[in-house]
Design a protein around this ligand. Sequence first.
Ligand SMILES: *Cc1c(COP(=O)(O)O)cnc(C)c1O
Length: 231
Amino acid sequence: MPITTPDTHAETSPLAAIRARIAHAAGLAARDPATITLVAISKTKPADAIRPLIAEGQRVFGENRVQEAQAKWPALIEAQPDLRLHLVGQLQSNKAEDAVRLFDAIHALDRLSLLTALARAMDKTGRRVPLFVQVNIGDEPQKGGCAIADLPALLAEAGRADLPIAGLMCVPPAGIEAAPFFALLGRIARDHGLDGLSMGMSEDFETAVMLGATHVRIGSALFGARPAQAQ
Ligand SMILES: *Cc1c(COP(=O)(O)O)cnc(C)c1O
C-alpha cells in the first residue's frame, strides 16, 4: 500500500486557510488578529464566485474599478447589508462621487486633484469615507501612488480639507523582497501619526502582517488566479 500523507486541510476552505495564516503571522508578531482586516479582492470575479465567501462569513471586499463594482455590488449589499466595500487601485477624479457613494473605504488617494474631487464628493453626498493615501513606495515611474517626497504636502492638504485619512497603502515593487518596503511604509505612517497600513497581497501578506499591516488585500489566494490582462 502506498504511504499517503494525511491531508488535514482537506476540509479547510481557502478563506479559512487565509484566516489561519493571518492569525499565525499575527501571533508571531504578538499582534491581535482582530486588529487586521482581510479585504477580499473580488475584481473580475462574478457574484456567483463571491456569494460562497459571504456565506462563510466574509464581510469586507475590495474592487479596483468603480463601474465593475457598481454592476456587481448593489444586489449583493441588498441581500447582506453589513457588507463593506473597499476601493483599491487607481481612481479618476471624475469617478470620485460614484466612489464615495458606493465604497466604505478608498485606498487610492494619491494626488491633490483627486483630494479636491473627493472632498467635494463627500460634501455633496454627506458621506465621510476613510481614505488611505497610496504611496509609490518603490519610487517606480510606471506605478501609481504619491511620491514619498510629496506625501507631507498631500497630508497637510487633507488636514486642511478635514478629510478622514485612515492611513497609508502601498504595492511594493514586483519580484523583489517586499519586507523593506512594508517596513518603510510603516515608518512613514508612524512619522505622520497614522494608524492604518493597507499592505500585503496574496504572495506576501504574512510578511505584511508581521510588519504591522492593518488591512491585507487578498485576491487570487481566495478566488483563484485572474486572467493575465486583469491584474
Ligand atoms: C488585485 C489587487 C490586489 C490583490 O492581489 P492578489 O495578488 O490577487 O492577492 C491587492 N491590491 C491591489 C491594489 C490590487 O489591484
